[in-house]
Design a protein around this ligand. Structure first.
Ligand code: FAD
Ligand code: MLT
Ligand code: ZN
Length: 470
């Protein structure tokens, strides 16, 4: 139970509009999109400015109340969900939605943490620029969440992840002090790069309240193709062909297994198979250019022609209209939702060197099928980054509880192969609560020791998102 005087003081800081106490209204803050994680909270606080965040955090520090920062609550590792104790406070940044500044000459935009990613993309477009981070949850995830998880998505192979897109941050530290690091500099060698510590820290070191982000020239032509492949090995070779031919014009290269596409075809309204025959693998390729009418179709046709000749591709279609482009991306982006319809799924977002993707798939598929007959492997993802979503759905007819009992063992198989290939157990989603224990097992003990030392320095009382990451 929180003391009455604490609640009164919070209400004085954020006003009645900034507090949610009603059990029913609190529900959407207490579980995630998949309903895979559920917690409880004493209060949801929704400050509207950096000063309000700082006052709230200072008060929490004084009363030793633990805080769970939350943005759009689209994270996939339970990082934004409070524990079950009912004593934690959810700090929602969703009222901090100001675009503070657009500086076209510096190619930067300064935004508050609660700005929705899609709103940011639109603001950049209005200024004749591109903000390139793109992911399935862009209509609801926030910049603060993107930074706190170092989000990746479908354009990383060209523009990098959130770590690469941030130039400066404003952060409220766990004691309530405000660090104003909102510098729009591409070069700054004055010691440790502190912003990089907060990026990817999943709310465990401080509350990100605003950021200066990089903008890029607007894209004025794109071409999109859906290509059927005989194997994952062919995808790795094909990306080499297309990259050599198109250089930085390659902005998307998404791999999907047949199982992934079948789930989409069964569950996502309006999707249809571009080919008459099923094929083992597919890639969605996107080329873009800043010039209008760039000859991207011809370029991609040359690449695909070579792939067909070398038997790296079986068949291909080029989107002929905006509607077809949208339909192809809907197939790719629909996989997460489609898999939800098949019961509980075990999500993994591993990375290995791009060249090791085929070896990873072959070794993991073989071990899983042997040890857990009937499991359905939904492998897809950002293959150009060496990042696979190697998600597992239960065997048809299997009880949810029986499947969940195997979760740990399935995860071990996947992560053991990942680590044997010098990979990472999380490429883009983070650790949250889902992979915290696995990180303890798989990460270098020295790295963990240094991470704990950083945590103790920034947050000696352990008030910021305890139980996540470490
Ligand atoms: P939340 O879920 O609210 O929070 C995520 C973490 O960040 C939590 O630990 C939280 O405590 C912390 N946090 C949030 N805001 C702040 C803040 N202001 N200060 C400090 N800490 C904070 N992710 C990818 O990387 N690539 C993808 O391709 C991708 N695709 C997705 C597709 C779908 C359909 C869905 C549902 C999710 C996808 N995600 C993807 C995961 C998710 O959308 C991203 O991780 C996103 O960046 C989370 O943003 P959010 O605002 O929802 O954060
Ligand atoms: C995606 O790329 O679609 C997401 O990051 C993966 C997921 O939802 O598992
Ligand atoms: Zn992804």
């Amino acid at each position: 139970m929180l003391p009455d005087e604490f609640i009164r003081e919070i209400e004085r800081i954020v006003g009645a509009i900034g507090i949610v106490r009603d059990a029913e209204r609190m529900q959407s803050y207490l579980s995630d999109w998949r309903n895979a994680y559920r917690g409880d909270a004493a209060l949801v606080i929704r400050p509207a400015s950096t000063e309000e965040v700082a006052s709230v955090v200072r008060l929490c520090n004084q009363y030793q109340v633990t805080l769970v920062p939350q943005g759009g609550n689209t994270g996939l590792c339970g990082g934004s969900i409070p524990d079950a104790s009912g004593t934690q406070v959810v700090l929602s940044l969703t009222r901090m939605t100001r675009i503070r500044e657009v500086d076209p000459a510096n190619e930067t935009i300064t935004v508050e943490a609660g700005v929705i990613l899609q709103t940011l993309q639109e603001a950049a477009a209005e200024a004749g620029r591109l903000f390139p981070l793109a992911l399935g949850a862009q209509g609801s995830c926030t910049v603060g969440g993107n930074l706190a998880t170092n989000a990746g998505g479908t354009a990383v192979l060209r523009y990098g992840n959130m770590r690469d897109l941030a130039l400066g941050l404003e952060v409220v530290l766990p004691d309530g002090r405000i660090w104003n690091g909102l510098r729009g500099l591409r070069k700054d060698n004055t010691g440790y790069d502190l912003k990089q510590l907060f990026i990817g820290s999943e709310g465990t070191l401080g509350v990100i309240t605003a950021a200066v982000l990089k903008l890029y020239p607007a894209v004025r032509s794109t071409t999109t193709a859906w290509v059927a492949l005989p194997s994952a090995q062919a995808a790795v070779e094909l990306i080499g062909v297309i990259r050599e031919l198109c250089g930085d014009r390659l902005t998307g290269f998404e791999l999907m297994s047949r199982q992934s596409v079948e789930f989409v075809l069964s569950h996502v309204a309006g999707c249809s198979d571009p080919f008459a025959e099923p094929h083992p693998w597919y890639v969605l390729i996107e080329l873009s250019d800043t010039q209008p009418d760039a000859p991207l179709n011809q370029l991609l046709e040359v690449g695909i022609g070579e792939a067909l000749e070398r038997e790296l591709a079986i068949d291909a279609v080029l989107a002929g209209s905006e509607a077809q482009v949208a339909a192809l991306w809907a197939m790719r982006e629909g996989i997460s939702e489609a898999q939800n319809h098949e019961g509980p799924s075990l999500k993994h977002d591993i990375s290995v060197p791009v060249s090791s993707i085929p070896a990873f798939i072959e070794a993991t598929n073989q071990r899983l099928i042997e040890q857990f007959p009937g499991v359905r492997i939904v492998a897809y993802g950002h293959v150009g980054d060496g990042n696979l979503h190697y998600n597992i759905s239960k065997p048809i007819g299997c009880q949810d509880a029986v499947f969940k009992a195997h979760q740990e063992a399935i995860m071990r198989v996947i992560y053991d192969v990942t680590m044997s290939l010098r990979g990472s157990i999380s490429a883009e989603h983070g650790l949250g609560q889902a992979k915290r224990d696995a990180a303890k097992h798989y990460k270098d003990p020295l790295e963990l020791e240094l991470m704990r030392a950083l945590k103790a320095t920034f947050d000696p009382k352990g008030l910021m998102n305890p139980g996540k990451v470490l």
